[in-house]
Write a protein that binds this ligand. Sequence first.
Ligand SMILES: Nc1ncnc2c1ncn2[C@@H]1O[C@H](COP(=O)(O)OP(=O)(O)O)[C@@H](O)[C@H]1O
Ligand SMILES: N[C@@H](CC(=O)OP(=O)(O)O)C(=O)O
Length: 468
Amino acid sequence: MKVAKFGGTSLANAEQIKKVCNIIRADKDRRLVVVSAPGKRYKDDKKVTDLLISYAEAFLKNGVAQQEKQAVFERYQEIVQELGLSSEVGQQIEAELEEVLSNRAGLSSERFVDAVKAAGEDNSAKVVAHYLRSLGEDAHYVNPREAGMLVTDEAGNAHVLPAAYEKLKQLRDRQGIIIFPGFFGYSEAGELVTFSRGGSDITGSILAAAVKASVYENFTDVDSVYVVNPNLVENPVEIKVITYREMRELSYSGFSVFHEEALIPAYQAEIPVCIKNTNNPSAPGTMIVSEREPSANRVSGVASDSGFCSIYVSKYLMNKEIGFGRKLLQILEEEGLSYEHTPSGIDNISVILRERDLTPAKEARIVERIKTELQVDDIAVQHDLALVMIVGEGMRQSVGTSARATAALAAAEINLDMINQGSSEVSMMFGVKASDADRAVIALYQAFFVQDEVELAKQDRHMTSMMR
Ligand SMILES: Nc1ncnc2c1ncn2[C@@H]1O[C@H](COP(=O)(O)OP(=O)(O)O)[C@@H](O)[C@H]1O
Ligand SMILES: N[C@@H](CC(=O)OP(=O)(O)O)C(=O)O
């Protein structure tokens, strides 16, 4: 049994949905299908999830949001009509949307927003099931509550509960093709809760692990994962095989093609993941696996993500002060903050955080507490940071990677605010100003995928001439 997830770009309109259904029908093993809400049809279009969020926000503010509601309805009406589905199907979708969008009774704002957001994938799944049935397939919409997608009760940021797997496993025994909406589950108390944005990838991975799928196919709009964001570099090198570990680091640091939390379930159950293109399904795509053959290239990818900030603290003899790190992190814990990284020196330490979590009020309290409770010599908060990452299993065996990276960044006149090598030695991270991030990624791509290639080719030619 294969689990196939189709992203928003694959469900954006009737033409895309037809491609999705052709892909499903082309392989009898594709029996568990996860769908996202309709995504962008063209560059400046809006995803249905974003339309739904605008609706929910306007409704919460003004008690009505007719224009925003109409924008959502129109997307589904167009799809239903162009797929040639009956008017009853159209009316059913409309009635179900109306019910969710108008039902605020007894729901907190957070729960209402989650319920509205989830309607995007829920109705996508219903449309796809109807369309497959109109083609004569035995396809069924399955609701995540009924199937047992049990998640934590964190609105907009749910995580799967271990108990979910046993229940979801039973999907294996169902007849026909299951069409499962991505992006949400239900808490133990029966409340609808969504994953974080892009979370349909997570649904697919959980289901693949639960039913012990032979592969988790993740269909999107690119032929493969590339070594760098294809929006930054023209025709970048494709990745054919990558390890879970490498992909985890790259997803974390900006490869938005696959959600960073979606790797864990597949990894733990040892389900290979294949990223494929709905618009070109015969392309082999990128395989994500546990182990791969070593390749000539030490670096597998270069990524960057912005939205970070750092709290820099220095104190003479910090290294000798027992409990300093714990006290520092405890202050953050008491403000409800998790931290991302903690690069340190002898007398100084930086704590890197996601900027969205650090409100001005929290920042002021934290700075004051660190000054008074830890008696530090210096403290500075730096905003607008980006983390640029080079990742590769091959970095462990090769010398000079950091020298090459820093030389490339220096040549591009990029100032480094921080350097950190992950303990696993498969990644190296550079903190730069957010405005320098794209240039830094391009410089590193050039150094490791253009210049390295030229040198490898030179060495090859040299070896061949020696052997003659
Ligand atoms: N390294 C990368 N390789 C491939 N795509 C990438 C990479 N980094 C970012 N992307 C972007 O991810 C997009 C696919 O993800 P997403 O828009 O979430 O698709 P979907 O709607 O299918 O879930 C690609 O169109 C591409 O712009
Ligand atoms: N529709 C949701 C969930 C998702 O995974 O979407 P996509 O497959 O388009 O990234 C979102 O936009 O966040």
